[in-house]
Design a protein around this ligand. Sequence first.
Ligand code: SAH
Length: 191
Amino acid sequence: MKRISLVKTAHDLIKNILHPGDITIDATVGNGHDTLFLAEQVAPSGHVFGFDIQQAAIDATLEKLRQTHISECLTLIQASHAIMDAKIPADLHGNIRAIMFNLGYLPGGDKSVITQTDSTLKALNIAAKILAVEGVITLLAYPGHPDGDLETDQVKNWCEQLNNKQFEVHTIYSTEHKDTAPRLFVVNRIS
Ligand code: SAH
């Protein structure tokens, strides 16, 4: 079976939605891959707010973006995504076109620092509130490692309790539908 990159799938979906000038959030900056992608879509007049609790992730991403002309589209915030509404100007709430999550640990970094179910769910509740109509939340989850199972289950439950008049949810699997396969949750705000 062909292996699909869920990171690429998320980018392809978001590309269809974003325009220059849009406001976006990378809720888990990590190595900055999604951050850079978002900045490229919304430059020069749009913005990306990137959150990570680790200095190492913020530093690596700043370095990556320094070499581009799009760093002025970016605000990196070393704080938990569980408080992202407090860190983003109130007049932008309701205008966020895309919010990306990539759960788990920082590749090549400290594997003991992983996203935690509690803060992930808090962040998702905030994300659903500040998302624009016709905006999208993408969330890449990794069951099959300790704690990732529980977190993925809780995210799935969270998706299921959303008001289906307001949100449409799709789940995309990287390989055959296995319990341990990484999966991408795509939450579209439809009204
Ligand atoms: N698993 C992915 C990468 C995930 S990176 C892959 O394999 O490519 C996840 C990032 O989330 C890490 O850099 C980590 O520091 C960050 N993170 C963990 N908890 C967080 C929180 N509460 N708020 C914001 N970022 C958090």
